[in-house]
Structures are given as C-alpha cells and as structure tokens.
Design a protein around this ligand. Structure first.
Ligand code: UD2
Length: 368
C-alpha cells in the first residue's frame, strides 16, 4: 500500500472557528477520508478551505482486485476506484458482464479473463493485492432454484476460493457483496444487521455461506473481512432482458417502447431501491476505511417505495400512457422491504445521496 501526503495551499481559511471545527472532527474521525465525507455532510462550505494552513489530506492508494468488475455494479465501482487513483485489477469471466461496460477505463486497469471456480488462476491473480472486492456471482434467486449445484459452485464455493486465495497471498481485506435476500421473509422492519437471517432460496444460502467463511477466516487468520448486504440496486447497465431482471430496469425498457407495465400483485409491495452510484461509493468507502469496521453492513437508503409508485415515476418521466396490467403475485414475494442504514453512516460516514424520484427520472433520460 502506498501512502502519500498532499499539502493544501496555505491561502485557505485561517478562521479560528473553522480550524477548531476541523480539529474536533479530526479527533473524532481518525480516517482522513471519513473526515472529509463528514465535513461534506456537515454542510460547511467545502472541505478544503476549512483545513487552513495546518493542511491535510492523506491519500492512500491501494492495489484492489475487483471480481465481477465488468458487471452492472462492478463496472461503476471500478470507475470510481480508478478515478480516485487506485490501481485496479478486474477479474471477470464475462458470463453476465461486458467489456463495453469498462470502456471508460479500459487503458487504466488490468483485466484478467478468468472464472472464480479456477482456484489456481484466482490465487495467482491475488498476487500483490491489498484488498479484494468480491462482486462476481450468478445473482439470481430463480436460477439458484433451477440450478442449485452450479450456482452454489459459483456463489458459495467461489466466495470460499476468494477468501482462501486472499489468505494464501496475504491480502489484507476482503469485502463480499452480500444480499438482502439473506433476511428472507422475516417481517421485522426496518431490517437491521441484527435482524434474524432466514434464507428461503439457495441464492440466499450461498451468500450467507460466503459471510460465514469470511468471518471464520477473519477469526482464524486475521483477514479484515466485511460483507455488504445490498438491497435493490438500480441504475445504468442493469440488464432488463430477463423476466427476473430488476423491476425498475424492466419498467424503464417497456416504458421507453410505449408498452404497458406488468405489476405482480396489487403494487403495494415495497422495496428499498438504491442507486448504483451510491452502492459504488459505499464499496469504495468500505475499502478505504480504517479497521476495525462492523463485519456486516446494509447498503440501502432507509426508504421504502411502493412498486406502483415507482411505476408512476417511470411512466411520467418516459411519457408512457400505455397503463398498467395487473398479474398474479409472484410466489414467495416479499411484501415490504427496507433497511436501516445507520451502521453504514456511523461506520463509513456515508448516507446514500440519490432519492428515487431523481434517480429514476435521470435514468429514464439517459436510457432513451
Ligand atoms: C430481489 C432480487 C433477487 C433477490 C431478492 C431477495 C433483483 C432483480 N432481484 O428480488 O435476486 O435478491 O431480492 O429478496 O434485484 N415486479 C413487478 N413486475 C415486474 C417485475 C417485478 O411487479 O415486471 C415486482 C415483484 O413481484 C416484486 C418487486 O417488483 O414485488 C421487485 O421485484 P425484483 O425482482 O426487482 O426484486 P425482488 O426484491 O423481488
């Protein structure tokens, strides 16, 4: 890991109140990055002027391996790390991702075409890496029900491969992309990291298995392990083509074609929809934050949105008058889902920024 010091020019504010404010925040927030995000959250007039002649941003660059880096969440996250000056190695087998998703950073990353089931190749790819962000998976509940063995191999054994390879190659930190699916149908709301886990699909078991392996390796070998439980992620590059794609990507595609939207059930079911750029930011902060951190964190907004309301926002943004067709509810559909994201805020100093109206309107505008 490389650490460099950047000195802020001394023409910044030397107001004693600002300097005192900065020192107090610095004491409470030993991580410079966390400090900066706190400064932004505090709505003071921009972080740099506050630092004054005292200086101070310590920028730490790392060698990060992102599995599934060409996918929907992976490619947005990869772009963010590159933008921030980190050295990124992407491992992907392009089973659901695409090289095109990485076109903006193609010359700036190392890209290795491999399947995470190939342990030897994976271990070699971990050489010289500080942190792994493990996003590669077959992220489909339905596929895990239809093909439990192959999805187990990729999602569960694949995660163990990552953690075992990290240990062999002295990788300091492993971050696993986990899922709200782990909470299953338990009706406590909002879901906190202490809510009981009740997997009701092979996919949820795969993710929970990865969490347990990670925790064990943390205890046995001192690997800094954390699992981020993503809720319903949406944004550009999400594939709308399968019937099991995220509801918002399906609604946007149909709206742009002027087709009616199909709602399963009465549309009163809710989800905690989080924009992919907020997820990418949470990934980045989790990689950069100082240890210790909680081992499990929800990545969500804390807001619940009815499916019928999301449909309305999309139809309006796309000027789609084709209406809604109601279909029977999906078997096993969860009625309400939203998360507490207090732990995310306390630990990483971050609260997702993009609200659903803005996120969807913008997405429709960019999907045309
Ligand atoms: C999400 C994940 C799933 C699993 C699950 C765990 C996605 C795409 N799916 O399923 O992999 O992790 O959470 O709890 O992230 N709907 C419609 N019309 C449509 C499509 C969907 O009404 O054309 C409804 C669907 O019945 C559900 C809601 O929209 O009530 C959200 O569906 P989803 O598939 O986007 O997400 P979810 O939470 O069911």
């Amino acid at each position: 890991m490389t650490t460099s010091l950047i000195i802020v020019p001394s023409d910044a504010s030397d107001d004693p109140d600002d300097i005192l404010f900065f020192i107090l925040l610095a004491i409470r927030n030993p991580s410079p990055r966390r400090l900066l995000s706190r400064l932004i959250l505090a709505e003071k007039p921009g972080p740099l002027p506050l630092l004054g002649p005292l200086f101070s941003d310590i920028v730490t660059t790392m060698n990060i391996l992102i599995t599934g880096g060409s996918g929907f969440i992976g490619s947005h996250t990869t772009e963010l790390f590159v933008k921030d000056g980190h050295k990124v190695r992407v491992v992907d087998d392009f089973s659901s991702g695409a090289r095109d998703n990485l076109s903006a950073v193609a010359g700036e990353i190392e890209l290795i075409d491999l399947d995470i089931r190939d342990y030897a190749a994976l271990e070699a790819a971990c050489e010289g890496i500080d942190t792994i962000l493990h996003l590669a998976a077959i992220p489909s509940v339905e596929k895990s029900i239809l093909e439990p063995l192959v999805t187990h191999e990729v999602n569960a054994t694949g995660s163990l491969n990552i953690i075992a390879a990290a240990r062999r190659r002295d990788v300091r930190r492993v971050i696993l992309a986990s899922s709200a699916a782990i909470y299953g149908d338990y009706d406590e709301l909002p879901k906190t990291e202490n809510s009981p886990v009740q997997p009701i699909s092979p996919y949820a078991w795969h993710k929970l298995t990865g969490e347990f392996y990670g925790k064990s390796y943390g205890e046995l070998y001192g690997i800094e392990f954390l699992a981020l439980r993503y809720f319903n992620v949406y944004g550009t590059r999400q594939d709308p083509k399968s019937p099991y794609s995220g509801v918002l990507s399906i609604f946007i595609e149909r709206s742009l074609k002027g087709e009616p939207l199909t709602i399963h059930g009465d549309g009163g079911q809710t989800r905690d929809f989080i924009h992919v750029s907020d997820v990418a930011k949470a990934n980045q902060l989790a990689a950069e934050a100082e240890w210790p951190l909680p081992q499990i964190m929800n990545v969500a907004t804390g807001n619940e949105t009815k499916i019928i309301d999301a449909a309305g926002i999309i139809q309006q943004a796309a000027s789609n008058q084709a209406g809604i067709v109601y279909d029977g509810p999906r078997t096993g559909d969860i009625r309400r889902s939203f998360a507490s994201c207090d732990l995310l805020e306390e630990s990483l100093g971050y609260r997702p920024l993009i609200n659903i109206e803005h996120g969807l309107t913008d997405l429709v505008a960019h999907s045309g």
